[in-house]
Design a protein around this ligand. Structure first.
Ligand code: SF4
Ligand code: SF4
Length: 128
């Protein structure tokens, strides 16, 4: 996965490697599934339902906190983790994303690059 930065006439891709520190799991105030994912979860029969509450306003399933699926700093339901977990440290978490050590490390690297190739701005995108 790469973090994408934009310069004047250049796009720079910096490798993003999650450190699996579990910080996002602890910091996310809510782990919310997209309402469409509800059906998928129900069909998976993975016992997730007993750990979900339904947020009345958006009708979205939300995992109870602290998250019961954080095991030794790793997500034990990684392929089916909630949307808000998948988008961390981006989206609405981007401002808090600076607390993500992997993203913070990248921003430091970029500062070093800027003296050679000019100012770079984070696009807010991570891509495979
Ligand atoms: S805070 Fe960042 S480095 Fe740590 S687990 Fe979350 S995404 Fe990975
Ligand atoms: S579902 Fe996984 S990624 Fe999300 S908070 Fe729980 S352990 Fe972390």
């Amino acid at each position: 996965m790469y973090a994408i930065y934009k310069g004047k006439e250049i796009e720079v891709l910096i490798p993003f490697e999650c450190k699996q520190c579990g910080k996002c799991c602890e910091e996310l105030s809510q782990c919310v599934y997209d309402p469409v994912e509800r059906k998928v979860i129900a069909e998976n029969e993975l016992g997730l339902f007993e750990y979900l509450e339904i947020e009345t306003e958006s009708n979205s399933p939300v995992l109870i906190k602290p998250c019961p699926f954080l095991e030794d700093g790793k997500c034990s339901i990684h392929p089916i983790r909630p949307e808000s977990c998948r988008e961390f440290p981006l989206g609405k978490n981007l401002d808090q994303g600076i607390g993500c050590p992997a993203l913070r490390e990248i921003h430091e690297k970029v500062k070093g690059l800027e003296s050679a190739i000019g100012e770079l701005e984070f696009t807010g995108r991570l891509e495979e």
